[in-house]
Ligand binder design. Structure first.
Ligand SMILES: Cc1ncc(COP(=O)(O)O)c(C=O)c1O
Length: 291
């Protein structure tokens, strides 16, 4: 039985009821976060909460994130996921339930706060070693995708188009630039330098992306933030994606054409190893401090 959190209460999922007037349901008027847990230890929860606070401020939804960390831990425990190698908490905050108007409710309403926890699986090492394919799809999203809103229709359609084209995932293209994936940030390796799109209103500032940039700097791996043109993809030595449940995911084929020599490249492997090591370090630190 799955235990979820809804508006201050932990309850069985089947008892969780949300109003049909909820602006999340009617207008996609809300934000969300997905935080990974490794054997009960959250990874970069503070950064996820900081991004969430930024999103809430942008949307002008008044909600304090003070108790959210404790709620995440309880949700993981209540769902028996404390020992799960890989789990996550999905959290969604909408403006709340109110008569449907395009403008914000005139009388203040309580935001709707919903969260659930679940386990997720890494690809097997054999599957990861094969790498993943992508299909390029036009980026049809709005111009503030740096805000993690629940309005994910263009992402979902891009992913579906990619699947129907026989690929594993989508690569979004805007004005000739390979922007990011449908649910992950995008990276390339050119002349031995790791490249990813700079922070802007056209990408989500991924938490994994931030950690990878720091790891590259720390370990002397050459790295720049600049736009990657679609024409450059044919000459990329390596391509990969990063994201919370994707971690570091090698991309070995774009629209059917092999990337580099068609295998998983050395910098992708190195960054994936460094990322895994960072997770292990976080777990050990949590054990040592009893948190
Ligand atoms: C469009 C998009 N880009 C990038 C990411 C990766 O962000 P993070 O590393 O915080 O999971 C996500 C995650 O959901 C996403 O939806």
């Amino acid at each position: 039985m799955s235990v979820v959190f809804l508006n201050g209460q932990f309850l069985p999922k089947e008892d969780a009821k949300i109003s049909p007037d909820d602006r999340g349901f009617l207008l996609a008027d809300g934000v969300y976060e997905v935080t990974p847990f490794y054997e009960g230890v959250p990874f970069a929860l503070d950064r996820h909460l900081e991004r969430l606070e930024g999103g809430l401020a942008f949307m002008r939804i008044s909600y304090s994130v003070d108790l959210i960390a404790a709620m995440h831990h309880k949700l993981i425990a209540e769902n028996g996921l404390t020992d799960a190698p890989t789990a996550l908490v999905y959290l969604q905050i909408t403006r709340g339930a109110a008569p449907r108007t395009h403008y914000f409710p005139k009388d203040p309403v309580e935001p709707t706060v919903y969260a659930f926890a679940k386990a997720w699986d890494r690809p097997t090492p054999e599957r990861w070693d094969q790498g993943f394919s992508v299909a390029t799809v036009p980026d049809r999203r709005w111009s503030r995708v740096d805000i993690k809103t629940i309005g994910l229709l263009p992402n979902a359609m891009a992913f579906q188009d990619a699947l129907e084209a026989g690929a594993d995932d989508a690569l979004l293209i805007r004005d000739g630039v390979a922007i990011e994936g449908a649910h992950m940030n995008f990276w390339g390796v050119f002349d031995g330098t790791v490249v990813t799109h700079p922070r802007s209103n056209h990408i989500l500032p991924g938490i994994t992306r931030g950690v990878i940039l720091e790891l590259a700097a720390e370990h002397g791996i050459p790295c720049v933030e600049r736009a990657i043109q679609v024409e450059e993809l044919a000459s990329a030595e390596e391509l990969f994606f990063t994201g919370t449940t994707g971690e570091v995911r090698p991309c070995v084929k774009v629209d059917g054409a092999p990337v580099g020599d068609g295998g998983v490249g050395p910098l992708t492997r190195r960054l994936a190893e460094l990322f895994r090591a960072k997770i292990e370090e976080t777990k050990s630190a949590a054990v040592a401090t009893g948190l």
